[in-house]
Write a protein that binds this ligand. Structure first.
Ligand code: GCV
Length: 870
């Protein structure tokens, strides 16, 4: 069993210790065979030595021919990558040549043109699309031939991926991308912060401009190239006009220069009203009307300036008239007129406009038929056919906002004359912020494989966005990644499977999410079958588990949508203008989105799908509350009532999250210690926070509906000692808001925020060995200290400072989620001390010393018989 403990700098017994870190402590710490600690920076491109690599030298060629000698060419980079990879994986040193080389066995990499010039025509011309490649073995030669330079580099990475996984099966494969647009969006702000980023600050922006050291930017481009990503939009969609100062445009040129050798282009987000924003170095206008000639000229000039610095800029991303962003509607111009303004400026340069469909207005929550989910259709459907050819409508996968489950956005089926891209969120804004493990491959697959049945014909989302279904040459993928300066890139080692899966699925959405995951495990960790099995099990169970404890039956992620988007707070969904409503009251719950009686949203789908969602009987249970407003006693297809299923699934989800810790522990010694302990720390946190979620949601709906849990779990915790029921000295009861974020709705906090308090009680359970769990609150802006003792013997102490990434406050082993300054569902967490000898009659005492804003909040103590978790 693992437990959270604190590490101190005391070197001799009795010496006063200063807590320097919270660490995971194992009961038995066996040394591992992994000498090298791994920080995650190389992600899946570690090129770890293969066991017995020296015996495999004959399986790969001895020379590398990279048919381009320019150091900024992706083909040249491919040669370097092959050399580095083969050396590192197999210990084989290969020379790189840059023109036809006749001696020995070769791996030849280049474009089709380069290859033909050097070696003559291929016996048959491969059917290659832009960015595609041929990977073939002929005699002792491996051919890696790209349609273009980028394709050649992709082919080299594909070959190295096979070698790194010990796969030497000879292949003859042509691999083409599913769609031309395979971009990431990064919500980096110019000040260096990242909106919904959980991994530190920006790698390329700081203090309003572009940093001088772009090493990490180049490394990121390398990672992205290895999974087929071809462009990065480097700044937040909530954009800032000052990106367009001459100095920043010059900086964009530098970013483009370091990404270009990896075939990754730069794109930027625009602030629609930039012409009036007084951008230093640019003319200042009095209007941003997209049809005004001065505005057209302004954007034409700026676009021209950008292309002078970034000749291959990919294009613009625009969020207009949404969530406070300016847009064309201010001037009664349509969104299409707004999009076309940029399209025309970009057209001579070959750039494209990604125009976001995430447009909605605040709503009147008292109007039963109002529905934010309808907004995209209302705004965009009438404009179909009015967008220029180089405009792509970028649509979030669901109609609301990256929830744990949403139906596919019906907009994909409603604008056949427009090119479209799907927006997926790699960063886990609503899904645990990289502190809860949620592998998103299966979620994305469900969306991409969904058949929208347009005109009663097969219309898979993946074929709509590729352009195939409605005949568009443009289309594809935008993944919101939000990587930061943290060495893990995204904030946790395991969450990197999502970035990997995003790229692989954008390249080929027909891949199986589990197969992709397993490639990632082999490359990122190792090929040990038990490592693969264990990580696969945890990852594949993670999305269902998170859905179960955060909001099942299609009710949405019941997180706090008005604050951090991290912990539970279901009442924030309703009675606001934001339209993420559940319409829950004492008897009923769910949004009625039917045509017959509700908001009409179901009717936005093509008839076969609309009909299915219109009826409760044919609506899948996992979307029931998305489409229907029902009694808590409504029966599901399983025969269970809605409310009982809510209770059952929240308990089941949290129970699954407990098993992740145990499963992860089985990996000790099978992977390197550094990543093992780092992820263990997160699994222990997730196990505790899943209980916070479970209890909050179950209690909230029990309180609202008054319907008890048939299994008598909700509100019934025989092992808990509520802190407010203990004898308090310097502590006082505290009514937590929201109430469900505390067991029995009440916590305790210190009476004075400069003085320690104690809470004590006499143990009444039978003597024995127990796990002692303490639920407490870790508020941002201070680091309280806690000491727990039994019969005057300390059983544990810790400092409540698992501080999130904020500004530059980087420290060891931090969680990284958006912090909370309050005692609530975001700051609630658990620490467990395992195998504690407890004697009936012992006095259990907790001393909490406040610090800063952190008022040493305590919720309860659980004295748990071994094997029980509550
Ligand atoms: C970049 C949600 C997020 C915002 C985000 C917005 C968007 O509302 O919470 O942080 O803003 O979506 O996608 O534009």
């Amino acid at each position: 069993m693992a437990r959270l403990e604190c590490r101190t700098n005391a070197s001799t017994p009795g010496e006063e210790a200063v807590v320097i870190d919270m660490v995971i402590v194992q009961q038995s710490q066996t040394p591992t065979s992994f000498a090298t600690a791994e920080n995650g920076l190389s992600a899946w491109l570690r090129y770890a030595p293969l066991q017995g690599g020296q015996h495999l030298h004959s399986s790969v060629p001895s020379h590398i021919v990279a048919l381009n000698s320019s150091t900024v060419s992706p083909v040249y980079i491919a040669g370097q990558e092959l050399q580095q990879g083969l050396k590192s994986i197999l210990g084989k040193q290969c020379n790189v040549h840059h023109s036809h080389y006749g001696g020995g066995s070769n791996v030849v990499v280049g474009t089709l043109d380069e290859y033909t010039k050097a070696y003559g025509a291929l016996s048959s011309t491969p059917d290659l699309l832009d960015d595609g490649y041929l990977l073939d073995t002929i005699g002792n030669t491996v051919q890696i031939i790209g349609k273009n330079e980028r394709g050649a580099l992709y082919g080299a990475f594909a070959y190295l991926s096979k070698v790194a996984q010990g796969n030497f099966i000879k292949v003859a494969e042509v691999s083409n991308p599913s769609a031309p647009i395979r971009w990431t969006n990064e919500w980096d702000n110019l000040d260096g912060s990242i909106e919904r980023g959980f991994a530190g600050n920006s790698n390329w922006f700081s203090n309003g401009s572009i940093v001088s050291n772009l090493t990490r930017t180049a490394e990121y481009a390398r990672l992205l190239a290895s999974i087929g990503i071809n462009a990065v939009v480097v700044n937040n969609v909530n954009a800032n006009a000052s990106l367009l100062t001459p100095i920043n445009i010059e900086g964009l040129g530098r970013i483009a220069d370091v990404m270009r050798p990896y075939g990754v282009q730069v794109g930027i987000s625009l602030y629609f009203s930039s012409p009036t924003a007084g951008v230093r170095g640019q003319a200042n206008l009095t209007t941003f009307d997209p049809l005004d000639e001065s505005v057209v000229q302004w954007w034409t000039n700026v676009t021209h300036q950008i292309y002078e610095q970034v000749p291959d800029m990919a294009g613009y991303l625009v969020k207009a008239n949404s969530e406070g962003q300016p847009g064309p509607l201010t001037y009664n111009r349509t969104l299409a007129e707004g999009a076309n303004l940029f399209a025309k400026a970009l057209q001579p340069h070959g750039g494209i406009v990604m125009f976001r469909a995430f447009v909605y207005n605040p709503l009147n929550e008292t109007v039963w038929t109002a529905d934010r989910a309808n907004a995209q259709i209302e705004f965009f459907k009438p404009l179909d056919g009015e967008f220029d050819d180089n405009v792509v409508i970028q649509i979030k996968y669901g109609p609301i906002d990256f929830q744990v489950r949403e139906p596919v956005s019906p907009l994909f089926a409603n604008i056949p004359k427009s090119a479209v891209a799907i927006e997926l969120q790699v960063t886990q804004e609503y899904l645990g912020q990289q502190c809860h493990l949620v592998y998103l491959g299966p979620l994305w697959k469900e969306i991409l494989d969904y058949d929208l049945r347009v005109d009663n014909e097969t219309s898979l989302v993946r074929n709509i966005i590729s352009g195939e279904r409605f005949n568009h040459s443009l289309g594809g993928y935008a993944g919101v990644s939000n990587v930061g300066t943290n060495e893990t890139w995204i904030g946790s080692h395991m969450a990197m499977s999502n970035l990997y899966a995003y790229g692989r699925l954008a390249w080929d959405p027909t891949l199986d999410a589990q197969d992709v995951l397993q490639d990632w495990i082999r490359l990122t960790f190792n090929t040990n079958p038990s490592v693969i099995d264990t990580m696969t099990q945890i990852s594949m169970e993670s999305w269902p588990a998170y859905e179960n404890y955060s909001g099942n039956l299609g009710v949405q992620t019941l997180t706090d949508i008005l604050y951090t988007h991290f912990g539970p707070n279901p009442q924030t969904q309703d009675n606001t203008i934001w339209g993420q409503w559940t319409r829950a009251d004492q008897k009923t719950i769910g949004m009625d989105r039917t045509v017959t009686n509700g908001t009409g949203f179901a009717g936005n789908y093509p008839p076969e799908i609309a009909e299915m969602f219109e009826n409760i009987a044919t609506t899948p249970d996992n979307l029931l509350l998305w489409f229907h407003h029902v009694n808590y006693t409504q029966l599901l297809k399983s025969g269970q009532t809605v409310i009982q299923d809510f209770y059952d699934q929240h308990y089941a989800g949290a129970a699954t999250a407990q098993t992740f810790t145990t499963l992860w522990e089985s990996l000790q010694g099978k992977i390197d210690d550094e990543r093992y302990y780092d992820q263990l720390f997160r699994q222990v946190f997730q196990a505790g926070h899943s209980l916070v979620w479970r209890d909050a949601i179950a209690n909230f709906y029990y309180n609202l509906s008054g319907i008890p849990d048939e299994a008598k779990r909700v509100g019934n915790h025989p092992y808990r000692i509520e802190a407010e029921n203990m004898e308090l000295d310097g502590y006082k009861p505290y009514s937590v808001i929201p109430f469900e974020a505390a067991s029995n709705f009440t916590a305790i906090v210190v009476s004075s925020n400069t003085t320690a308090g104690t809470a004590q009680t006499t143990i009444t359970c039978p003597s024995g060995t127990y796990d002692v769990a303490v639920n407490y609150y870790d508020q941002y802006g201070g680091a309280s200290h806690f000491v727990v003792s039994l019969a005057n013997e300390t059983i544990g102490e810790w400092t409540s400072n698992l501080k999130p990434w904020i500004g530059n406050s980087e420290g060891p082993r931090v969680l990284g989620h958006t912090p909370s300054i309050y005692i609530d569902g975001h700051s609630a967490m658990r620490i467990t001390f395992s195998n504690v000898t407890v004697t009936k009659g012992d006095v259990l005492k907790i001393m909490g010393t406040p610090n800063g804003n952190d008022i040493a909040g305590l919720d309860y103590v659980s004295i748990l018989p071994l094997g029980v978790v509550d």
